[in-house]
Design a binder for this molecule. Structure first.
Ligand code: HEM
Ligand SMILES: *[C@@H]1O[C@H](CO)[C@@H](O)[C@H](O)[C@H]1NC(C)=O
Ligand SMILES: *[C@@H]1O[C@H](CO)[C@@H](O)[C@H](O)[C@H]1NC(C)=O
Length: 322
């Protein structure tokens, strides 16, 4: 009897400890400690998009690239130091990921309205992505909060863990699977390409080596922008409406107007599982809005640091001193 009781108490203590460490994210995490945090972030995201419409796309991508490298832990925001080469210079990010200044502005405003360092950088990035989606016509969703910030970042992990636009469907699926995400998640989250632009560097080989899978009129318009060599940084929109969250991305794929090789891999016309989902979302925009929001929550839940793990960074670019 006494042994059974000790056993029970041990189990309960272990359960409590794991609850404290593996703490769940919650949407009202800052409602007591900083009730004005979310409204402050929203005002600044709206202002950033107003002055530069592409910034919404960039903030969504920043969250994706943060979450795919060791979880949504703000690691992408860390500047390089003498001892650490972080994620910013990794191939998918260098001269490509944007929005760091906007996050800095938000972080310092939030530190002011919270009377201190209360809201993590990882949470700010997650909320900024949601606010961008809403500002550009997407469906709102509750962002789960309580992530803590990483104290380290790795260029190698960023190079290995973020999918490339040159991947075929099996490699894309394997990459998403390694993050616990399904084929359905791949198709829905790739809908992030309803926003923003790509540089010529990333779609040149699709233009000149795969023209058989490209809509001819579209290919001709891209040729002017992206020559066989040079102009690596010339931009082209990822869908017809790069500042609106809509199903045009999927409709474009059905017409051979996927800009990246990885985009067009999702619709190859052979009637595969991804073809069926692309058609479904292309024909049911309201389902895309709904499922994209759900999938963004799932993306935001990838391996967060919680409880005693990590820290709340004072400045998103550097680990706290001392
Ligand atoms: C499925 C694998 C994916 C690949 C291979 C991929 C690749 C790329 C590439 C190459 C670019 C252009 C970058 C540049 O030119 O500098 C880009 C842009 C973008 N990606 Fe993805 N991406 C993927 C998934 C996602 C996901 C899941 C999201 C978000 C949910 C996303 C959101 C964006 C956005 C919004 C942009 C435009 C950014 C801007 O204009 O600043 N991507 N992506
Ligand atoms: C990142 O881009 C800069 C500027 O174009 C370049 O000088 C640097 O070599 C690049 N870094 C890496 C690691 O590719
Ligand atoms: C097209 O493919 C050929 C052969 O694989 C390669 O040598 C060439 O660099 C590619 N061109 C572009 C623009 O990627």
């Amino acid at each position: 009897m006494a042994t059974a009781l000790v056993y029970l108490i041990t189990i309960m203590a272990a359960a409590l400890a794991s609850a404290a460490f593996g703490a769940e994210l919650t949407s009202d995490y800052y409602s007591e400690t900083c009730p004005d945090a979310l409204s402050t972030i929203k005002v600044l995201v709206d202002a950033a998009i107003l002055s530069q419409p592409r910034m919404g796309a960039s903030l969504v991508r920043l969250h994706f690239h943060d979450c795919f490298v060791n979880g949504c832990d703000g690691s992408i925001l860390l500047d390089d130091t003498d001892d650490m080469i972080g994620e910013k210079m990794a191939k998918p990010n260098n001269n490509s990921v944007r929005g760091f200044d906007v996050i800095d502005t938000i972080k310092s405003a939030v530190n002011t309205v919270c009377f201190g360092n209360v809201v993590s950088c990882a949470d700010i990035v997650a909320v900024a992505a949601r606010d961008s989606i809403v500002a550009l016509g997407g469906t709102s969703y509750d962002v789960l909060l309580g992530r803590r910030d990483a104290t380290t970042a790795s260029i190698d992990d960023a190079n290995n863990d973020i999918p490339t636009p040159f991947m075929d469907l099996p490699a894309l699926l394997a990459n998403f699977d390694s993050h616990g995400l399904s084929l359905h998640d791949l198709v829905v989250l790739s809908g992030g390409h309803t926003l923003g632009y790509s540089r010529c560097l990333f779609f040149r080989s699709r233009l000149y080596n795969e023209s058989n899978t490209l809509d001819p009129a579209y290919a001709a318009s891209l040729d002017e922008r992206c020559p066989p060599s040079g102009d690596d940084d010339a931009l082209s929109a990822l869908d017809d409406t790069p500042t609106t969250v809509d199903a045009d991305y999927y409709q474009g794929l059905m017409q051979g107007r996927g800009l990246l090789h990885s985009d067009q891999q999702l619709y190859q016309g052979g009637g595969g599982d991804t073809d069926a989902l692309v058609t479904y979302y292309g024909e049911n925009p309201s389902k895309f809005w709904e499922d994209f929001s759900t999938a963004m929550v799932k993306l935001g839940n990838l391996s967060p640091l919680t409880g005693d793990e990590g820290e709340i960074r004072e400045n998103c670019r550097v680990v706290n001193q001392g």
